[in-house]
Design a protein around this ligand. Sequence first.
Ligand code: R5P
Length: 292
Amino acid sequence: MSSISVISGKSSEDLAKKIAKKIKADLIKSSVKVFPDGESKITLSGKISKRKSIVVQSIYPPVDSNLIQALSLISKAKEISSEVITVIPYMGYARQDREFLPGEVVTMKVLAKLFKGVGTSKIIVVDIHNLKGFEYFTIKNKNVTAIPELVKYFKKLRLKNPLIVSPDQGGKERAKEFAKEFDLEFIALEKKRDRKTGKVKIKTKSVDEVNNRDLILVDDMISTGGSIINATQFLKKQKCKRVFVACTHALLMNDAERKIRKAGVTKIVSTNTIPGKTSLVDVSNTIAKAIK
Ligand code: R5P
């Protein structure tokens, strides 16, 4: 028996298994029974280490259920282990990191209290939407990036004179980092989001650089697909060649994947922080390094 337990939440079973193997820890699986009223009963199988536990659970939809399951797993682990590290591959609620409109609850502040309250000593996330979200955390925190792994994937594709594009100014640094890792150039479009309706518009008027080139649109996440669809439609009008999408977290809500393809995207590549059809890049190595 190893002196470390990796406790796998239902939303990150495969990733937790891979992490446990990489850090040579014992894997503790959880099972969840959801009652007719929506409450979940969580049961762990196996003996939890007294020394150290690592809870792995992504907070993608159903966000609130996956969040309460993460908190419950940490709480249970803390009853036995003296140290509990929490890995949240996709940190839901990370976009609610400030009061955009008066009266809004900054949910990241609430999460900071909850994770500490249940007994986490350190939290590790992958490509958090903005580091601002961590400002409210008083426990140790670490953001790791999937960019090198995503770049490795894209380097294997035969792209024509590729250019990295951020769909908005908020993602400029991310696109810059991606471009640097790839040894390519990058540009960032100007996007405007209506804070009430959530609708997005590309404000950039024209970009000559994209003409006849393959593009990689880089973003931290895709939710409704609005940002990627608008950016792709704009870039196609600028006479680019193919548009690829590289993102860490593909939520792809409702019909987003079909709509993105309809807008002209050739391929969406995401990571296994959220398992799904597009999650072609594994981040277990990146996470395992951060744990060690
Ligand atoms: C916004 O600033 C984020 O980086 C993403 O671009 C955005 O959250 C994606 O959401 P959606 O797919 O709904 O446009």
